[in-house]
Design a binder for this molecule. Structure first.
Ligand SMILES: Cc1cc2nc3c(=O)[nH]c(=O)nc-3n(C[C@H](O)[C@H](O)[C@H](O)COP(=O)(O)O)c2cc1C
Length: 189
């Protein structure tokens, strides 16, 4: 078993991380899994202050869902996805996820060291590159910073970037990307 089996490549892999909150409910958030060797079982994630970080610290477990769904990325950026969004709760798997993985996770400074311990490929999806999808991911990275920043100048700068990506999503995206942007725009007005 190795990371590549579940769709991970060298570099940063954007997935939906699923962890358990203290009350047992599921927490979902996009997280970048940093992979140096996709033929290994070892990876890292930089975890800023978040519920995901707290849950990893307590449980030492993080699940990853590999999924190509712009709307799911947008929703998970700002809230925890309810049970209806999952096709399985144990292990936690979102509807339409291509694969899931379980990582043993140990916090070390700003990072979590991750070791792949289980996983499954559920679907194989043939798809072309879509700039609309990519634009949603780029905009979300800025939007998740926007909502926690206080500095008005920085916020203005991020908003401009998000609106730039919005134009791309309108031109190149499908319905999912447009719905994702509805969620993003609501957060930055
Ligand atoms: C594409 C993408 C990648 C992200 N990667 C990370 C990451 O690697 N580490 C991190 O701490 N936050 C990352 N974030 C931000 C978190 O998803 C965001 O702060 C989220 O609200 C945390 O939710 P939580 O408090 O429920 O854990 C990323 C956001 C996006 C949109």
């Amino acid at each position: 078993m190795k990371l590549a089996d579940f769709g991970f490549i060298e570099g940063i892999n954007e997935i939906i991380a699923v962890t358990r909150n203290e009350d047992g409910s599921l927490n979902t958030a996009p997280i970048g899994i940093i992979v140096e060797d996709c033929n290994s079982t070892l990876a890292r994630a930089r975890l800023f202050r978040s519920h995901t970080r707290e849950n990893v610290k307590r449980d030492k477990v993080m699940y990853a869902n590999v999924i190509w769904d712009a709307e799911i990325f947008a929703l998970a950026s700002f809230q925890d996805l309810e049970q209806d969004y999952f096709e399985s709760l144990e292990p936690p798997v979102l509807k339409n996820a291509l694969s899931w993985c379980k990582f043993r996770a140990m916090l070390r400074g700003a990072y979590a060291d991750l070791e792949l311990v289980d996983g499954k490929v559920l679907r194989k999806d043939v798809r072309a590159v879509n700039r609309g999808f990519n634009a949603v991911i780029e905009a979300l990275v800025h939007a998740t910073r926007y909502v926690i920043l206080k500095d008005e100048n920085k916020k203005r700068e991020l908003k401009e970037r998000i609106l730039y990506y919005y134009e791309i999503a309108k031109k190149c995206g499908r319905d999912k990307e447009k719905k994702a942007f509805e969620i993003i725009l609501e957060k930055i007005h």
